[in-house]
Design a protein around this ligand. Sequence first.
Ligand code: BDR
Ligand code: CA
Length: 308
Amino acid sequence: MGTKIVLDTDPGHDDAIALLLALASPEVEVLGVTSVSGNQTLEKTTTNALKILEFVDRTDIPVHVGCDRPLVREQWAAAYVHGESGLDGPDLPDPTTKPAEGHAVDFIAQAVSEHEGVVLVPVGPLTNIGLLLARYPGIEERIARVVIMGGAIAEGNVTPAAEFNIWADPEAAHRVFTSGIDVTMVGLDVTHKALLFPQKVDELREAGRVGGLVAALYDFYHGHHQRMYGWEGSPVHDALAVAHVVSDRFLQTEHRYVEVDIGPEPGRGRTYVDLWQRSGKEPNCHVGVGVDGPGFIDVLVDRLKSLK
Ligand code: BDR
Ligand code: CA
């Protein structure tokens, strides 16, 4: 059996691809999926998680509903990236399954209590993980690692300073980064250097129903990256975080001190990374600084092709 993970997610196109990668990877075992509001409302992100699991006939994996709004700030959806449904593009049927009983936060607490070595992989705003730490004091000791998609050393994709997942709930992120847990940050510095190009997606398009689904997701999602950045490929942010749990061969990391800006704009949501160790503060995060983009994309595409 592989590393036990909980995927905490707000699907979201790249979230959906991250979930599919996890399901296609024997190195990880998905104990459950927990939903959070972020790319879209909680109702929509939960529905989207159920849709994906049903599409690949993995309704054995429970989906637990999490937080419907950030800890402090107002809720704000990223419809400009992911569309009104949060998963615009493919024509997925409504799910026939329902979310599992019990709040996401309680499910995660139970999962890490019952199993040794559970890795949390939050690829949306960190609200559920922040609330988990508040509700279950001492739970940090039971969490092997948190591998986050979020943050950046020096760029933003929602404001000039901030990456979406951190900006969407900075207070929750602050709580996670100051928790003492072994945290890895898979940020824009690396996800923006690991692009999925249309030529690779055409391989998927020809590779059966899951490949076709991913191609339809990509066609919508890539439109945003073409319009906004003028890029010929698109980052698959959340899948890179999952890939880093599958294997550490894609990412180069540095152990550094990271602090989340929980003040007002323009810095709100920024992750200050003490890359050159100027603060004298103890490192609290493995920061992704380099990536084998083509190597990651090859494995991603091969794994997705293997799903039927
Ligand atoms: C992150 O924001 C979301 O839109 C994506 O799903 C990803 O988790 C990238 O900044
Ligand atoms: Ca996400």
